[in-house]
Design a protein around this ligand. Structure first.
Ligand SMILES: Nc1ncnc2c1ncn2[C@@H]1O[C@H](COP(=O)(O)OP(=O)(O)OP(=O)(O)O)[C@@H](O)[C@H]1O
Ligand SMILES: [Mg+2]
Length: 489
């Protein structure tokens, strides 16, 4: 994994994790907000329903009070109460008064709660009316000719000829009335009454309610129970809402992740470029060191040779000097070109017709340890002479090292191939195992004290840059042959 990738990943993690935590926080806050918003709407609707019921109740109470006034001053009613006259008038009284007062329910009851006059049924006379608690709005289930119906009633009392009576009246509660209570389009309103199974709506979630006393007076006076006007919301709505929140959350996390990755990418480039440049400079320094050492080795050999001749056969000095002059000259040239190339920092090799044999001769110089078997009439190759020299130099110095100072031979062979020239550097040295060979071309792999482990990786790069190919034949204990093939011109 490259330094940049590692940086990218760690930045990604450092930026992404807080973003994810942030996103989750936002999501739960949103969820809470949505729920809170709903609770506020529900309680607002419950308040509205309470207000509506109270208003209806007041309206009914006002009408009952007006009725009470007219009933107290009604002489026919008084006559009936005192003497039992004109009972037909009294029986019809409630149904007429109910219509005139705009009420949906009206009963006049005596002090025992028996019906004196009923707005719906004439023949309810003498029966026990609904046992509603005094005052306040009460839900009453009554019967009319069409069947059972529900009313929201209130009561009032009066006395005629010292006899107490009770007025029970109010409005009809039908589905239209219930619908009018539902002001919020996303919330429903319904009734929940004892023994009423029709209203049970399983898809609806009850989120609020208004309780009212309820008297089921369809058969007889009944007793006070509890009825509820409930506020509902559909479960589907809640799921849809939750899905929306989740969708937004996913989108937010995705966008954040993308932004984080871009940021991480940008930051890692900003940081890694200088670091990588430092690493590259380190590599370059090692390579310069390696190349210069290679260039100095023949010079050191020649100088030692000359020193030896000067000591032992000073007379031969001019002859030997002339012999080795070429080696010194070419080594100096090599170092000069090397320096020039490094000065340009990106060594631009110059491909031109190059005589391979000449380069081999220059490279091994007069070294007695290295034999050359050079084929006659080789075509020139298309390569940079300096590059070729660096390749051969590296291979030869590895081959010499492989002898481990023992007896053995190092041979450089050249031969003509198909459209190319083959250069083989072979030794009878220690050879390599498969594992050693696998690692030999890795940067910095070395088995030598003071080795850089860069030689072979440089060789491979230079050969490939010259459109050539490289192969190795090696056997532990027997020796190795490195074969370089360079295209002919
Ligand atoms: N001809 C060879 N015979 C046996 N082993 C070799 C041969 N050439 C290379 N190797 C092995 O491959 C390793 C890597 O070689 P490479 O040229 O890359 O680095 P080096 O020679 O160790 O160091 P440097 O080139 O800086 O002197 C060597 O250390 C050696 O173990
Ligand atoms: Mg080497």
């Amino acid at each position: 994994m490259s330094f940049r990738t590692r940086l990218l990943i760690s930045f990604g993690v450092v930026v992404l994790i807080p973003l994810l935590v942030f996103g989750l926080g936002i999501r739960s806050a949103m969820s809470r907000r949505v729920t809170g918003e709903y609770e506020r709407r529900v309680s607002a609707l419950v308040d509205v329903i309470r207000g509506d019921i109270a208003r209806e109740n007041d309206r009914s109470a006002t009408r009952l009070a007006a009725l009470r006034g007219s009933l107290v001053g009604d002489s026919k009613f008084r006559a009936m109460v005192l003497r039992g006259e004109d009972s037909a008038y009294v029986l019809d009284y409630a149904s007429d008064a109910m219509r005139l007062a705009g009420l949906g329910y009206l009963q006049i009851q005596d002090d025992e709660g028996r019906v004196v006059s009923s707005g719906h049924f004439r023949n309810e006379f003498g029966r026990l009316g609904p046992a509603i608690p005094p005052g306040g709005p009460t839900l009453v289930r009554g019967t009319a000719a069409e069947g059972a119906f529900l009313a929201l009633v209130t009561s009032d009392t009066l006395s005629v000829a010292r006899k107490p009576f009770r007025l029970v009246g109010g409005i009809v509660v039908d589905s239209a009335f219930v619908q009018r209570l539902a002001r919020d389009p996303e919330l429903g309103v319904g009734l929940r009454l004892p023994r009423d199974s029709t209203a049970a709506d399983s898809a609806a979630l009850i989120v609020g309610d208004v309780t009212l006393p309820y008297v089921d007076a369809a058969d007889g006076p009944g007793s006070v129970e509890q009825g509820r006007i409930v506020v509902t919301r559909s479960a589907a709505l809640l799921t849809a809402l939750q899905r929306n929140v989740n969708l937004w959350f996913a989108a937010a996390v995705l966008v954040a992740a993308l932004a984080a990755l871009l940021l991480a990418g940008w930051l890692s480039t900003r940081i890694s470029t200088p670091v990588e440049a430092r690493i590259a400079i380190g590599d370059l320094a090692r390579q310069v060191n390696h190349d210069i050492k290679n260039g100095l080795a023949p010079l050191r050999n020649v100088f030692r040779h000359l020193a030896q001749v000067a000591r032992e056969q000073p007379g031969d000095l001019p002859r030997v000097f002339t012999e080795r002059h070429g080696t010194v000259e070419s080594s100096i040239n090599y170092l000069e070109t090397l320096a020039a190339n490094y000065a340009k920092l990106s060594p631009q090799s110059e491909r031109k017709a190059t005589d391979v044999n000449a380069v081999v001769r220059e490279t091994i110089g007069g070294s007695s340890a290295v034999r050359a078997k050079l084929a006659e009439g080789l075509p020139p190759v298309s390569a940079d002479a300096l590059v070729l020299r660096r390749v051969i130099e590296n291979l030869v110095s590895n081959a010499v090292d492989s002898l481990d100072g023992k007896n053995g031979t190092v041979t450089v062979t050249t031969e003509r191939g198909k459209g190319m020239v083959r250069i083989a550097v072979s030794d009878t040295g220690r050879g390599m195992t498969k594992t050693e060979l696998d690692r030999a071309f890795n940067d910095f792999y070395t088995t030598k004290l003071g080795g850089t482990g860069l030689g072979l990786s440089i060789v491979r790069r230079l050969v490939l840059d010259s459109n050539g190919s490289l192969s190795v034949d090696t056997e532990p204990g027997k020796g190795s042959t490195f074969i370089v093939e360079i295209p002919a011109q």
